[in-house]
Design a protein around this ligand. Structure first.
Ligand SMILES: Cc1cc2nc3c(=O)[nH]c(=O)nc-3n(C[C@H](O)[C@H](O)[C@H](O)COP(=O)(O)OP(=O)(O)OC[C@H]3O[C@@H](n4cnc5c(N)ncnc54)[C@H](O)[C@@H]3O)c2cc1C
Ligand SMILES: NC(=O)c1ccc[n+]([C@@H]2O[C@H](COP(=O)([O-])OP(=O)(O)OC[C@H]3O[C@@H](n4cnc5c(N)ncnc54)[C@H](OP(=O)(O)O)[C@@H]3O)[C@@H](O)[C@H]2O)c1
Length: 369
């Protein structure tokens, strides 16, 4: 769990107004999911970060979305309210409180039934943003009613993708753009679209560092590391590798990463290949899930190289997993357990104990979201 840096002048209560240094796509226009590299200036902030930390960003909504919300509620043209919705209120992530208040404001029986069924509500919420619900169940609201349905806009967190030893005055992020369509309307995630599409050189990004003591490189620079991070899960490992290079750490580095197509979305592909050639990356195994008829994911590569992975573990390797919590992290854990069981000639219980032992010794760390 990350915590705000307590000793910094810049924190959740007082974020640092940072300039954007650069922002460019890491994916081609054809990619299923757009991912951007974003660099933010730390200027004279004195902010410090370590590989494994995350950057919290106080985001802003798309003003066009705020206008759409107002229009749906019959409040078109209230410029002050539109600005307030843009900077202060959560307009994308729906939450049970929203459904509850909104159902009571618009006296809609279908919505009230939904609120009474938490399981149904959860799956309903996953596929709709607040604006989609306003469109599906239209009602005229007063400004006070609307604001009492909404909650405060949450800061978004991004794994830091740089080492401060290499980039003392800036911080890099790897931002996957959340984009989908609902009932013919194009929708985006608030934070990822802010960072990928709306920030400009003139913007000031409100930021602070969340330190994460539970996602750290080994103290012993000679210890081997195995990093598993498909998609945006690559972000902290770019920071880890820059750090291992900058400190001259002699430990071996093995990265399992990947994405959908080598030609469209191999994130930091040329850097990783160069690190493989220079020897910083002892091994690089990349799963391009959709470059062949059968899906191939990082856990399949772990299985394929089970004997070597287990040998690295026996040599004291630290294992790190970053990225999707919903499916990837669990599938990777299953693959690790299976290879420990098979290669270590252990039963399932003993394999679990082996992994518990790794975790207790901080040799199995996850940063999943
Ligand atoms: C510790 C940590 C580290 C992280 N690191 C990174 C990182 O390095 N890179 C990165 O990109 N992200 C990272 N994230 C995730 C990031 O914080 C945001 O959650 C992410 O950018 C999405 O936020 P958003 O504001 O764009 O989307 P939101 O505005 O929060 O929108 C999400 C909402 O949209 C809806 N939705 C989303 N997808 C669909 C769909 N397909 N169909 C229908 N509805 C949908 C859902 O209702 C969902 O609640 C990290 C998160 C944590 C906690
Ligand atoms: N809650 C949050 O804050 C938040 C924020 C951002 C993202 N996310 C979630 O995190 C997920 C990861 O986002 P991302 O951009 O890093 O990844 P992504 O773009 O969804 O996927 C990256 C790669 O992982 C593969 N993959 C899919 N399922 C897998 C599995 N079970 N095991 C291993 N690999 C798998 C994908 O393959 P295929 O798709 O081809 O199978 C793809 O090649 C997203 O799906 C999103 O829902 C959550």
């Amino acid at each position: 769990m990350s915590t705000t840096q307590p000793d910094s002048a810049w924190n959740r209560d007082n974020p640092y107004p940072a300039r954007l240094r650069s922002q460019y796509p890491l994916t081609s226009a054809a990619a299923v999911k757009q991912v951007h590299h974003v660099e933010v200036e730390l200027g004279d902030s004195g902010l410090h970060y370590l590989p494994g930390d995350t950057l919290a960003v106080r985001i802003e909504n798309d003003p066009a979305l705020a206008a759409e919300v107002l229009e749906l509620c019959g409040l078109t043209g209230d410029a002050e309210l539109e600005h307030l919705l843009t900077i202060r209120y959560e307009l994308t992530q729906a939450h049970p409180g929203f459904y509850k208040y909104y159902a009571s404001c618009c006296h809609n029986a279908v919505l009230q039934d939904l609120v009474a069924d938490p399981v149904k509500l959860r799956s309903y919420m996953e596929h709709r943003q607040i604006v989609d619900i306003l469109r599906e169940f239209p009602a005229k609201l007063s400004a006070d009613q609307l604001l009492s349905c909404l909650r405060q806009l949450q800061d978004r967190q991004y794994s830091i993708a740089s080492s401060q030893r290499l980039m003392p005055d800036a911080v890099a992020l790897t931002v996957g753009l959340v984009q989908f369509s609902h009932d013919g309307h194009a929708r985006s995630g608030a934070g990822s679209s802010y960072l990928s599409q709306r920030v400009t050189a003139a913007s000031r990004l409100q930021i602070y560092i969340n330190s994460n003591a539970n996602f750290r490189l080994p103290q012993d620079p000679a210890a081997p590391v195995i990093m598993i991070g498909p998609g945006t899960g690559i972000a902290p490992f770019r920071a880890f590798l820059q750090e291992r290079q900058a400190t001259g750490a002699v430990g071996r580095n093995w990265l399992f990463s990947g994405n959908r197509h080598r030609n469209e979305d191999f994130l930091y592909g040329s850097e990783l290949t160069a690190w493989q050639q220079s020897g910083l990356l002892t091994r690089l195994d990349v799963a391009f899930s959709r470059d062949q008829p059968e899906r191939i994911h990082v856990q399949h590569l772990l299985q394929q190289h089970a004997a070597d992975v287990f040998a690295w573990l026996q040599d004291g390797a630290h294992v790190y997993v970053c990225g999707d919590a919903k499916h990837m992290a669990e599938d990777v854990q299953k693959a690790l357990l299976a290879l420990i069981e098979q290669q270590g000639r252990l039963d399932a219980n003993a394999a679990r104990q082996y992994l518990v032992g790794l975790r207790q010794h901080k040799r199995y760390q996850r940063d999943v979201y």
